[in-house]
Design a protein around this ligand. Structure first.
Ligand code: A2P
Length: 278
């Protein structure tokens, strides 16, 4: 199955992609190849994941033509000065074995490097042809507003943690206001959502798996792209097989009702605080 496209400020992003955080070496090569064979056209990696070479090998092993694939990578938060960002992006391309990626993201904001400088460098990476599109990741609303205001080039995505335990309506609204896609990482709550009674019951009603129901909950929301991670061939195929059924309003509300104040799972101590407004 292939995923429909989410249009965002000139980019067309497949609504379901493969997350590769914590997949390395042969397991990562295999996961990428299986995903492409199952119909995935969107692969997400990052310089920090240490797996760009494996992602590149998986892409080549699949035999798919480059123009059919949407590949995202990210620049680590310590490399956000202009010269470091360009160097990081070039090194990512070398490791991936690609001439350009489709999307280059700032992995996390960094308060000690002016956003103005980083956004300018990101725009330069696009104009220099290192990437077709640019965006951000882990940007709360105020920082996203600032990034959009400062950028000469369109930003197309803000990639953040998102799953039914974590209410992200404020960030999602801000993405929609600016025309960005909201890319959900850890969309399955790192797998922890799959035993929830509400999810299991909705899954049974549809004859689907809990993971399929949670991913369907994501992609039914306008502008949302989900990038579940799996290293298992069957689960990789299962996770994209979600475009031939739909959750009704009550089912969506029931799953959204799982949100809780401590729902955030990824919150590094060095990252800017997610204030209540964001
Ligand atoms: P595995 O790699 O063994 O499939 P998230 O994307 O939210 O971070 O979740 C990733 C976790 O969920 C991984 O532990 C992954 O394990 C597991 N997972 C991914 N897809 C499925 C699925 N369809 N069913 C059950 N577990 C899944």
């Amino acid at each position: 199955m292939t995923a429909p496209l989410v249009e965002a400020n000139g980019a067309a992003i497949p609504a379901l992609g493969l997350g590769t955080w914590e997949a390395t070496n042969d397991a990562c090569i295999a996961a990428v190849q299986w995903a492409i064979e199952a119909g995935y056209r969107h692969i997400d990696t990052a310089a920090r994941y240490g797996n760009e070479e494996a992602v590149g090998q998986g892409i080549r092993a699949s035999g798919i033509s480059r123009d059919k694939l949407f590949v995202t990578t990210k620049v680590w938060y310590e490399d956000l000065s202009e010269s470091n960002l360009m160097r990081s992006a070039e090194a990512s391309l070398r490791r991936l074995g690609l001439d350009a990626v489709d999307l280059l993201l700032i992995h996390w904001p960094n308060a000690s490097i002016p956003l103005k400088e980083t956004i300018k460098a990101l725009g330069r990476a696009r104009r220099d042809g290192l990437t077709r599109h640019i965006g951000v990741s882990n940007f709360p609303v105020a920082l996203l507003d600032e990034a959009v205001a400062r950028s000469d080039e369109p930003l197309v995505a803000n990639q953040c943690e998102y799953h039914p335990y974590l209410d992200q309506s404020k960030v999602l609204d801000a993405c929609r206001r600016h025309g960005l896609a909201f890319t959900a990482y850890c969309p399955l709550g790192r797998g922890q959502l799959l035993d929830e009674r509400a999810v299991v019951e909705v899954a049974e009603r549809h004859g689907r798996t809990p993971a399929q129901v949670v991913l369907r909950w994501h992609v039914q929301q306008p502008g949302v792209v989900a990038i579940p991670k799996s290293a298992n061939r069957e689960r990789i195929a299962q996770n994209i097989d979600i475009f031939d059924f739909a959750l009704d309003e009550d089912e969506v509300a029931r799953i959204s009702g799982l949100a809780r104040p401590d729902g955030r799972m990824i919150d590094p101590s060095w990252a800017p605080a997610w204030d209540k407004a964001a």
